[in-house]
Design a protein around this ligand. Structure first.
Ligand SMILES: [Zn+2]
Length: 253
């Protein structure tokens, strides 16, 4: 892993590297901290300490945190939320209404529903992994959400606003940091081997909607995208997404 992957900053936003073990390897997810006060996503269960260290290393300790936005309720994005709320009770938490019901434990995780639906048709060698995955999803500690995200909602620093990007999940939101032209994509986009890529179809509950959301993102002409899986990608986002959308269109026709 290169040194560049260990940190990242684009204008007012610090990309915080959180590493986790995945089978034999190590991967990284990338929460964002805007202006030292607005967090976007917060890592797996048990990652609050790592999140705090990453924020401090970026010069913005979590004691300065005012708000946290959840792009959606997958456990890699909200796993550390309950611990975060206990440690920083004054932090205001935002999520879409659909996701808030699941973060708060009032409705079943859509990822768990998907895994349960797929389970009967899995090959035998995948079953143990699938059961472990479902157990990890079911074990995520519920946590309170303070305010629903709506499209265009102003979130504070650097002109940050909520951008509805459904597809990966129906309530998925991204954050657009307008002053810097930075799109914080959550899982609406990914970076794979240094290249910007569409949402992973395996984990995307509604791919046509995800492609519409991709067009919405491209229309903003961002100068960079910070993807939770893959990190910061700096360049002509609209141009890169235009190519990906054309290819997806050709494959579908
Ligand atoms: Zn994710």
């Amino acid at each position: 892993m290169s040194e560049m992957m260990n940190s990242g900053r684009f204008g007012a936003t610090a990309a915080l590297a959180l590493r986790y073990r995945d089978g034999d390897g190590e991967r990284t997810v990338w929460p964002a901290l805007i202006g030292g006060e607005l967090l976007v996503d917060c890592g797996y269960p048990g990652q609050l300490d790592a999140l705090g260290r990453a924020a401090a290393a970026a010069g913005a300790p979590l004691s300065g945190l005012r708000a946290a936005v959840l792009t959606h309720h997958d456990y890699d994005h909200v796993g550390a939320l309950a611990a975060l709320r206990r440690a920083y009770p004054s932090v205001r938490v935002y999520a879409s209404e659909d996701d808030a019901a699941r973060v708060e434990g009032r409705a079943k995780s859509r990822r768990l529903e998907q895994a349960e639906a797929l389970e009967p048709n899995l090959p035998p060698e995948m079953k143990a992994w699938s059961r472990g995955f479902m157990a990890r999803l079911a074990a995520v500690e519920p946590a309170r959400v303070d305010e629903p995200l709506v499209d265009g909602l102003r979130l504070g620093p650097a002109g940050a606003r909520a951008l509805a990007t459904p597809g990966h999940m129906p309530g998925h939101f991204s954050v657009y940091v307008e002053d810097d032209g930075l799109l914080i994509a959550g899982d609406a986009l990914v970076v794979e081997e240094g290249l910007l890529a569409l949402a992973n179809p395996r984990f995307t509950l509604d791919m046509p909607r995800a492609l519409e959301s991709t067009s919405r993102i491209a229309a903003l002409r961002p100068k960079a995208a910070l993807c939770y899986h893959g990190g910061l990608w700096v360049g002509d986002v609209a141009d890169a997404l235009g190519t990906l959308l054309r290819r997806a269109g050709e494959a579908a026709s």
